[in-house]
Write a protein that binds this ligand. Structure first.
Ligand code: 5GP
Ligand code: ZN
Length: 112
């Protein structure tokens, strides 16, 4: 499949891995917008929120536990961070594969 995140998950494209389990891979964003900029990738290729199955949604309910874990590992648990899901053209979604940005390590501006 011609999807950059699938290729990263399959190990065909290198990435800086921060965490991995059965359903998720967390990597550093290649163009960070803040000192900490992680991408939580759902391992299964699903493009958009409305394309998630019930099983996908159940698996994704664990994402918050995971985000807290990697935030702690990155030292931004208490200082705070932003979690962003860009979904579709108006949100500027660049990679059509569900992922969560975890952004922190500095004071962030307003969201839009
Ligand atoms: P989106 O706009 O789809 O929410 O975000 C896609 C993100 O993926 C962007 O922040 C971009 O910098 C990041 N990205 C795109 N290609 C790669 C890559 O090959 N490796 C890594 N680590 N990040 C990537
Ligand atoms: Zn994909």
């Amino acid at each position: 499949m011609d999807c950059v995140f699938c290729k990263i998950i399959e190990g065909e494209i290198p990435s800086e891995k921060v965490y991995e389990d059965e359903d998720f891979l967390v990597i550093k964003d290649i163009r960070p917008v803040a000192p900490v900029h992680l991408l939580v990738l759902y391992k299964k290729h699903v493009g958009k929120i409305h394309q998630l199955s019930e099983e996908d949604r159940k698996k994704l309910s664990k994402v918050f536990e995971l985000i807290a874990k990697v935030a702690e590992k990155s030292g931004i648990l208490e200082s705070g961070y932003r979690v962003v899901v860009n979904n579709g053209p108006d949100a500027g979604q660049e990679v059509d594969h569900i992922h969560f940005h975890v952004i922190g390590g500095k004071k962030l501006g307003k969201i839009a």
